[in-house]
Ligand binder design. Structure first.
Ligand code: HEM
Length: 598
């Protein structure tokens, strides 16, 4: 019989048992805080200690995610009240109204690119960002919020509830009971001036935390304890992610015999079939690397093999991100201007660089990826709506190769103001509870107000870009903004940012290109464990670095997906007989572990 897993510790069904909410693990946060204190270890550190430290994912500054511009909150400005008002003092338009009017459905594509770009983007996101929500004690949605325009008492008192109210006559959420979307503010920390800030529960570096977890406890629970390998569940001779404990905070919809929620280093592993598939291939990849290392080094114990395989996998993640993904999202010109492309130049680690993620990066700019998500994937010849691919492990368990094929065959949706309704009406909706899903565009706008992000024009000015003088200067025909906002200076950053025309060869506009470029530069040059860094106790040898630079997503797919014989050379790009032909896996270059790891 079909069932839905609703672990109470994770999902609230706070209002008529209908809506749920992402919850985040306080336990991880506490453990990470603890590790932060423990990082005051005597120096010098041994190589294994360095590895342990990296394993524990210490943040350089746990206190809060830096705000590049000071937050702009309502009320007394300390953040108890989110940003609610326009410059004139009147109420800002409702995020759902902005979503419906500006981020309506239209399917433009980046013809040369595939959904693999979107999927790598989300997989990477879960390595570097995880902003916890505040826990909630009160009911967030009740009818009077909709029928009498009451305001939830939490909204002005710093409480968790900041519900998204939906106008009467909405195109989809059309009953009183569906016109309030539960939204919890991010878990606050207060800075030294008494102002509300937010924090990142993941470590910012590209260090595979979505695969290995953000704490030693988590990492241990994911390990098999033998040969350095990660736990897998072997079904019909194939390895899949292990099952999560029902008491944990991950969630998925289980409807078929044999379907179960996955356990991975990141609790969001189940949200999308393509994402679960990526988690699975990287666990398989780690275990394959263990086999290859052990074949050369018979005396290595579990710990040594695990740490070395993990180092290689993290290096592969970094190499793919900076050799392949970065130029696709920023275009070669912008990517080169921030020194983001992994190439022949020498890498120099800069200890003065703070790699902590900025608030504006995770709360707005890097969410550009939502706009690239398509409305469907073809899985085993069947066009499957994106809304059916949320939270359904069965696609990975039964058809992982087909899901990955779907990601390669489906064109990338263009980053622009248009969103598929699979994202704005039906994200995480279940057949059992229609009209109770997420509108992720509205949530991104509401999240920006929760964090007090200054509006779009203020950011343009901050980065030296010309402010939009009036609504007619907004890109993509978005004079529509004038129907909602009183002034162009009030436009929310998230919305304005995704509505910009794209930089040459990239998937973001000029404002987001700067925010992403700066952040990815800091993630690279502020990482002491960056795979190209030399001269440190934990560094790879030059020969090893040269091998690691040969890593590619296509090689990982060849090594981990059962039955692949030929594959397009660059899975991020469309099939092209001349520039991106189908190629035999045996012709795809590999890291020569055998030559340089013995
Ligand atoms: C199937 C695909 C995806 C789903 C279902 C999804 C869903 C979500 C949801 C529900 C949130 C929380 C919104 C909130 O309440 O604030 C979120 C946050 C976020 N998403 Fe996505 N997303 C997807 C793909 C992507 C992609 C492709 C990217 C970037 C390339 C991305 C970047 C982000 C970022 C940066 C955040 C904020 C994370 C944090 O700070 O915790 N997402 N996403």
């Amino acid at each position: 019989m079909s069932s839905i897993l609703w672990p109470h510790s994770v999902f609230f069904l706070p209002w008529k048992n209908k809506r749920f909410e992402y919850r985040v693990r306080a336990a991880v946060s506490n453990e990470a805080r603890h590790h932060h204190l423990r990082c005051l270890l005597p120096v010098p550190l041994l190589r294994w200690q360095l590895q342990q430290l990296r394993q524990s994912k210490l943040r350089p500054d746990w206190s809060h995610v830096p705000q590049i511009m000071d937050p702009v909150y309502g009320g007394d400005g300390t953040g108890s009240t989110p940003r609610l008002s326009a410059t004139s003092g009147s109420e800002l338009p409702k995020p759902r109204s902005i979503s419906v009017l500006i981020h309506d459905e239209a399917n433009f594509t980046h013809d040369a690119f595939t959904q693999m770009v979107m999927q790598w983007g989300q997989f990477l996101d879960h390595d570097i960002t995880d902003t916890p929500s505040a826990s909630n004690a009160s009911v967030c949605c009740y009818d009077a919020l909709v029928t009498s325009s009451e305001v939830h008492s939490d909204v002005t008192t710093g409480g968790a509830c900041f519900p998204i109210i939906i106008d009467e006559g909405d195109r989809y959420f059309d009953t009183v009971s569906t016109r309030c979307m539960v939204f919890y503010r991010s878990d606050p920390v207060t800075d030294s001036s008494g102002v509300r800030q937010q924090y990142n529960a993941a470590t910012p570096w590209i260090d595979g935390s979505q695969i290995y977890g953000t704490s030693n406890t988590m990492a241990t629970s994911l390990r098999s304890g033998s040969e350095g390998k990660l736990l897998v569940n072997t079904i019909g001779g194939e390895d899949f992610l292990p099952e999560d404990s029902p008491s944990s905070d991950s969630v998925c919809f289980v409807r078929e015999e044999g379907e179960y929620c996955f356990l991975a280093g990141d609790h969001r592993v189940n949200v999308f079939a393509g994402l679960s598939a990526f988690h699975t291939i990287f666990v398989r990849y780690h275990n394959k690397i263990c086999d290859r290392l052990l074949a050369l080094n018979h005396d290595w114990d579990d710990e040594t093999t695990f740490q070395e395989a993990r180092r290689i996998v993290v290096a592969v993640l970094q190499a793919i991100t900076y050799k392949e993904f970065m130029r696709h999202i920023l275009g070669s010109t912008v990517a080169n201007s921030y020194d983001l492309i992994v190439g022949d130049e020498d890498y120099v680690y800069d200890s003065s660089v703070d790699p902590t993620l900025s608030n504006v990066f995770s709360t707005a700019a890097y969410r550009f990826g939502h706009s690239m998500l398509s409305d469907s994937l073809t899985v085993n010849g069947t066009v499957t709506l994106t809304s059916d691919l949320y939270m359904r492990p069965k696609y990975t368990l039964n058809s992982m190769a087909a899901v990955l094929d779907g990601l390669q065959d489906e064109k990338l949706f263009r980053t622009d103001r248009w969103y598929t309704e699979n994202l704005t009406d039906r994200m995480f909706e279940t057949p059992e509870a229609p009209q109770t899903g997420f509108d992720v565009a509205a949530r991104n706008i509401q999240r920006g107000r929760d964090h007090g992000l200054p509006p779009y024009n203020a950011w343009r000015e901050h980065y030296g870009l010309a402010k939009k003088a009036n609504f007619s200067e907004m890109d993509q025909g978005t004079t529509r903004y004038s129907r909602l906002y009183e002034s162009v200076d009030d436009i929310d950053l998230y919305s304005g940012g995704v509505s910009e025309n794209l930089v040459s060869g990239g998937k973001v506009g000029e404002l987001y290109a700067i925010i992403l470029g700066e952040q990815f530069r800091d993630l690279k040059f502020g990482d002491r464990f960056w795979f190209e860094n030399t001269g440190d106790a934990s560094s790879f040898s030059t020969q090893q670095i040269n091998q690691l630079k040969r890593a590619s997503l296509v090689r990982v797919l060849c090594d981990t997906v059962t039955g692949i014989e030929s594959i397009r050379k660059n899975p991020f790009k469309d099939l092209d007989d001349t520039s991106n032909p189908l190629t035999d896996c045996s012709d795809i270059s590999d890291i020569n572990i055998e030559r340089v790891w013995s």
